[in-house]
Structures are given as structure tokens and as C-alpha cells.
Design a protein around this ligand. Structure first.
Ligand code: NAI
Ligand SMILES: O=C(O)/C=C/C=C(\O)C(=O)O
Length: 500
């Protein structure tokens, strides 16, 4: 296959900040207002992105519509699948470029991005290339009033142009989780990555050009939310669907903007996830598993448990174990030896998390560990680090127990009965994920089912089979993605009824 191998975005420069331009109709375009992208581990500007104005967003929509009506829309399925697999291969061939770009934007530890973010970027394309190949549709044979029969069968078709609005916590992973199924279904996409983390999405534009993706099938517009590229997309009449991961309030603003043009919406929103540890759990596994769950990616995972309910007889042992794990985490620069705790994404987000650290104390918490900013030297002294933090003694109604913090922190709360644990866990407006730790399989099933969430993990957390439904209940989202659930969202059936 011919490839166009060129660094169109200047995304791998030899010197100075990278320039991250908008990618429209198969090429990087000039224009837009520059804004700085900071490395959160050092506070230094490492790239400049260009905020797309309305004209650039309009050009992206026009190009995307042309692609759907043209080469991309007419492409045979086998070729479409092969191109998506080639995107996955190319992400792997350029693994180090993606790795360094993701690390520069997020400051996350090298090992984390190496094991999680970049491999999932490639895996997302492979999984949905397979899913679309194995798609079946429904058929119904019916009797007709004249004594004959008719055959109904559905064909699935792309929606058209899909707007993808993605967040900063797992930038490549979460963006490709939406782009891959949308493109597998034959849609053209316009991605607006988070203004904090535009680098890997820009690199994906290079990859799309390199593998020979038809012009306009994949577009990137940079910028912010309100009155910027985000809102221009969500209100654009040429876009048929919006898929979004991020804060619940943002989801609500997007719904409003999308309402006049009646777009299809798929939302994965905030969480205030609960974990429940029963006294019969394998305690070492529960402590290790929940330390990972609470502190991975510095707590910036929407699935992270910020409330951990522990059966009273094992409460003290659990808290002591979790404290030891939190205190063993080493904050620092992504490439430094042994570093396993990165910074928060921005100074603004650190202020928000530190405000919650103060609020917890005002609300009556005992700070088991953490509660502030770690002392770091060298370049990391200017990074946006906070200490992993554990609280006990918080009342259920505390804001710290009800509002999404999105930092490396959790409240640990005792319970006495299974019913009480279920009631505590479900006492929230959110409903994304839960994690239950017990060796009693009947209870695991019973409690897992009682959770008002999209995903209940038992004796594990963030174990992902990409074919399964993924999304949130209550204010944690609308719809499910994953496997055929993604195909359902990113395509629509036309029923054909043939009188035989
Ligand atoms: N995965 C998740 O569930 C995430 C949750 N959050 C939560 O959200 C809080 C705020 O972080 P933000 O980065 O401000 O999240 P956000 O939800 O505002 O941003 C996510 C994406 O939405 C875009 N956006 C924002 N407002 C928009 C609008 N009106 N129309 C269209 N697009 C819009 C942003 O530019 C970004 O690409 C965090 O402190 C955290 O609690 C943040 C990121 C990811
Ligand atoms: O595995 C996934 O598809 C998603 C994981 C995490 C999030 O959705 C999130 O943190 O927003």
C-alpha cells in the first residue's frame, strides 16, 4: 500500500514547541489563533495549537460530507476494514511518537502511557474493524393480507458526519474509542480534542494521511468549548451525531446546543464511583486493586472509586493497607526511574482538587495520608502535583462524598450489612462504575446487579473487554458504546420490506 510519509503537523520537531495545526480534508491547514499547550509535569509550554474559527469548522464539515458522499462512503467494506487495520499498524510503527506526544501533554508516567494509552489506541481500530465485519442484521418474514408473504430485512448505513469531543485524561484512548467505530461504520469524523491534550489527535491526522485515508474522512479541529470549536461543532447543521466524554455539565450544554438540529448523542460523563469491600474479600488483592483504582493516572479516570465502603471488621486493616500503598507512590517526571504518580492536568485542575482537600477537612475528615502538595525538586517543582489522599470520618452528605473530584483521593467509610453497603453506593446522582470485592460469588452477582451503574467489576477494576457495553447510568451518561453497541450508535438501519 502506498503511504505518504511526512510529518505534516511538524508534530515531531527538532527544536522548540510543536505546532499543532487543524487537519481538514486530508491536510494540515494554516489559520486559527495560537494557544499554548503546557507539559503538566514541568509547567513548560511544549506545543502551540491553533484554535479553529467558524470558517475552519465549516470547511471540515464540508470536507467530511464530501467524503461520505464520495470515495470514503463508496469504499467497499473490505477496503475500509483494511485501512482501519493499517491505522492500527501505523500507530504501532510510530509508537514512540505517540508515546512522547501523550506524555508531553499529560505528564503521565512513561510506563502507564506505554502499557495503557498507546496500545489501546491501536486496539480500538482493530476491534471495530472486526466488529463491522461480523455485523449481522435482523430479518422477519411475514404473512400478507392476500395470503402471500413478505420479507423484511434491515441494512445498516452510516449516519453521515460525526463530531467527536474528547477529554484530556486518556486522550488517545478515549478519542480512538469513538473515532474507530464511527469510521468502521463508514461515517466521516471531525474530532475536537481537549484543548489541554491535542497532540496525539494531531498525530493521528498524520497517520490517516500516511495510510491513504480518503480526504475528509478524518478531520481535526482544535479549540475550546463555548463560543469556540466545540460549540461550532455541536450546533452545526451538517453534523448528524455527537459523541462526547467529559463532565456532566458539559454534556448538558452539548445537549442544548445539539437540540435544534436533533443530533444523535452518545455521552460518557462524570462519576462518583463506589467500591465495596466485604470482610470475606482477599484483603491483599482488595488493597492492591483499589490502590490502583484510586490513584492510577493520578485519579483522573472517570471510573476511579472516590468512595470506598469497607465492612467494619476489616475497616482498620484495609485503611492501613491503602495508606501504605498511597505512601509508596513516587511522584515525579514521566521518564524518571520508579515514578508512578504523574501530575494533574493543569494548574487550574490542581486548584480545584486542592480546594476539595481543604473542604474535606472542613467537612470533618480525618486525613489518613496526603492532603497537600508533595515536595519535589528540579523541573518537577513547577509541575501540577498533589499528594495521594485518603480520608476517613466523612459524613455521607459531605460534598467531598458526593461531587466528582477527579484527583488521587478517596473517602473510606465503614458499613455493617450488605443492604447498607448497596444503599450507600447507590446514594448518588451518578452511575458509571462500581467495584465489589468478595469471595462469595452469589453475593458478588447479587450486589453487582443491584448497583445503579453501567459497569460492575468484581474483584477487579478497569478490566476491559472492548466488545461489552460501556457507559453510564443516571447522570453518568446516555447510551452505551463497545462492540455492537457502538455499531448501533454510529449507524442506522433502513428496513427493506419486499412483497414476495
Ligand atoms: N472522562 C471524564 O469523565 C472526564 C471528566 N472530567 C471532569 O470534568 C472537569 C472539568 O474538566 P474539563 O476539561 O473542563 O472537562 P470538559 O467536560 O469541559 O471537557 C471535555 C471536552 O469538552 C469540550 N467542551 C467543553 N465545553 C464544551 C461545550 N460547551 N461545547 C462543546 N464542547 C465543549 C472541551 O473542550 C473538551 O474537549 C474535571 O475536573 C473532571 O472532574 C474531565 C475530563 C474527563
Ligand atoms: O476503557 C475505556 O474505554 C474508557 C476508560 C476511561 C474513561 O472512559 C474515562 O476516564 O473517561
Amino acid at each position: 500500500m502506498a503511504t505518504r510519509s511526512m510529518h505534516l503537523a511538524d508534530a515531531v520537531p527538532s527544536e522548540g514547541p510543536r505546532r499543532l495545526r487543524n487537519f481538514v480534508d486530508g491536510r494540515f491547514v494554516d489559520g486559527g489563533s495560537p494557544f499554548d499547550i503546557r507539559d503538566p509535569a514541568t509547567g513548560r509550554v511544549h506545543a502551540v495549537a491553533y484554535e479553529a474559527d467558524r470558517a475552519i469548522v465549516d470547511a471540515a464539515v464540508t470536507a467530511a460530507r464530501k467524503a461520505v458522499a464520495g470515495d470514503w462512503g463508496r469504499m467497499p467494506l473490505a477496503r475500509r476494514r483494511a485501512l482501519l487495520c493499517r491505522v492500527a499498524d501505523r500507530i504501532e510503527e510510530r509508537f514512540d511518537d505517540f508515546l512522547e506526544a501523550e506524555i508531553a501533554d499529560t505528564g503521565k508516567p512513561h510506563a502507564l502511557a506505554h502499557h495503557l494509552d498507546i496500545p489501546r489506541g491501536a486496539a480500538n481500530f482493530r476491534v471495530f474493524a472486526d466488529a463491522i465485519a461480523n455485523l449481522s442484521t435482523e430479518t422477519f418474514e411475514m404473512d400478507t393480507p392476500d395470503g402471500g408473504t413478505a420479507l423484511n430485512y434491515a441494512v445498516r448505513k452510516p449516519l453521515g458526519v460525526v463530531g467527536v469531543i474528547s477529554p484530556w485524561n486518556l486522550p488517545l484512548l478515549l478519542m480512538t474509542w469513538k473515532v474507530a467505530p464511527a469510521m468502521a461504520c463508514g461515517n466521516a469524523v471531525i474530532v475536537k480534542p481537549s484543548e489541554e491534550t491535542p497532540s496525539t489527535t494531531t498525530l493521528l491526522g498524520e497517520v490517516m494521511a500516511e495510510v491513504g485515508m480518503p480526504d475528509g474522512a478524518f478531520n481535526v479541529v482544535h479549540g475550546f468549548g463555548p463560543d469556540s470549536a466545540g460549540e461550532f461543532l455541536t450546533s452545526h447543521p451538517g453534523i448528524r451525531a455527537i459523541t462526547f466524554t467529559g463532565e456532566t455539565r458539559t454534556g448538558s450544554a452539548i445537549m442544548k446546543a445539539a437540540a435544534p438540529t436533533v443530533k444523535a448523542l452518545s455521552f460518557e460523563l462524570g462519576g462518583k464511583n463506589a467500591a465495596i469491600v466485604f470482610a470475606d474479600a482477599d484483603m491483599d488483592a482488595a488493597v492492591a486493586g483499589l490502590a490502583r483504582a484510586a490513584f492510577l493516572n493520578t485519579g483522573q479516570v472517570c471510573l476511579a472509586p472516590e468512595r470506598i465502603y469497607v465492612e467494619r471488621p476489616v475497616f482498620a486493616a484495609f485503611v492501613a493497607g491503602l495508606k501504605a500503598k498511597a505512601e509508596a507512590l513516587k511522584p515525579g517526571l514521566p521518564h524518571d526511574d520508579g515514578v508512578d504518580l504523574g501530575p494533574l492536568i493543569s494548574d487550574e485542575h490542581r486548584r480545584k482538587v486542592l480546594d476539595y482537600y481543604s473542604l474535606a477537612v472542613e467537612e470533618g475528615a480525618t486525613v489518613v495520608t496526603g492532603g497537600g502538595v508533595p515536595r519535589l525538586s528540579g523541573e518537577a517543582a513547577n509541575g501540577y502535583f498533589v499528594q495521594p489522599t485518603i480520608w476517613t470520618g466523612l459524613p455521607h452528605g459531605a460534598r467531598t462524598c458526593r461531587e466528582e473530584i477527579f484527583g488521587p483521593c478517596c473517602a473510606v467509610i465503614p458499613f455493617d450489612t450488605e443492604e447498607e453497603a448497596i444503599a450507600f453506593a447507590n446514594d448518588t446522582e451518578y452511575g458509571l462504575a462500581s467495584s465489589i470485592w468478595t469471595q462469595n460469588l452469589s453475593r458478588a452477582h447479587r450486589v453487582g446487579k443491584a448497583m445503579e451503574v453501567g459497569i460492575s467489576w468484581v474483584n477487579c477494576w478497569f478490566l476491559r473487554d472492548l466488545r461489552t457495553p460501556f457507559g453510564g447510568a443516571k447522570m453518568s451518561g446516555i447510551g452505551r458504546e463497545g462492540g455492537e453497541h457502538s455499531i448501533d450508535f454510529y449507524s442506522e438501519p433502513t428496513n427493506i420490506c419486499i412483497k414476495l
